[in-house]
Ligand binder design. Structure first.
Ligand SMILES: Cc1ncc(COP(=O)(O)O)c(C=O)c1O
Length: 204
């Protein structure tokens, strides 16, 4: 294989930094090698900064961003549970599709593509639908709009709702303020603002 060099100007994947490419050709270590566990601890600590969180359980799921979304939703949503999703673009729809496959009862807060939901709309939808889990996309790549999330965690906590945010398109490019937002689980991907290869999904 000798793939040509391309300047990637789409919303992801983007060109990967040469240091990252070099690191990807490093030799294999066993998973219990102290050198390996040291790297893993360092990776977790560095990702806590990226996610702006104190959460110890910040790590990587092997797989594309979808693998992180699935890990989060399968862990948060039981079959038959009600999942409320902000649908304002293609990736909100993806959350509903994954929720459906888990067997969740899907409720949507439908927003015209190109717009974002207000805190009032989110709280009204939670009051109407009484979900167990609330899910939203931070930056929906299909519309380029960023959903404001300050205050969303407090609303969810007031109503006893678990919260999930997909920050695949924004992680490393905009503040993903996990602890300040007060959301329970956030996931991302590497192949956009992080400038890495697809195939690793950071999660906190
Ligand atoms: C907002 C958002 N979520 C999820 C995904 C899915 O990412 P992946 O193709 O790495 O599974 C994408 C990919 O473009 C995305 O933009």
């Amino acid at each position: 294989m000798d793939p040509p060099h391309r300047l990637l100007m789409g919303p992801g994947p983007v060109n990967v930094h040469p240091r990252v490419l070099r690191a990807m050709s490093a030799d294999m270590l066993g998973q219990f090698d102290p050198e390996m566990t040291r790297y893993m601890n360092e990776t977790m600590a560095l990702y806590r900064r990226v996610f702006m969180t104190e959460n110890r359980w910040t790590f990587l799921v092997d797989g594309t961003a979808r693998a992180g979304i699935e890990a989060a939703l399968v862990s948060l949503v039981e079959p038959g549970a009600r999942l409320l999703v902000i649908q304002a673009g293609r990736f909100g729809l993806l959350l509903s599709e994954i929720g459906q496959r888990i067997g969740a009862e899907i409720r949507t807060l439908d927003i015209p593509w190109g717009e974002v939901a207000s805190l009032e709309q989110i709280e009204a939808a939670i009051t109407t639908h009484r979900p167990q889990v609330f899910a939203a996309i931070h930056g929906d790549t299909s519309t380029t709009m960023a959903q404001p999330l300050a205050g969303v965690g407090a609303i969810c906590q007031r109503h006893g709702v678990l919260s999930y945010v997909d920050a695949t398109a924004t992680l490393g490019g905009m503040a993903v303020a996990t602890d300040a937002w007060g959301v329970d689980v956030v996931t991302g991907g590497l192949q956009k603002c992080m400038g890495g290869p697809p195939g690793s999904a950071p999660i906190t």
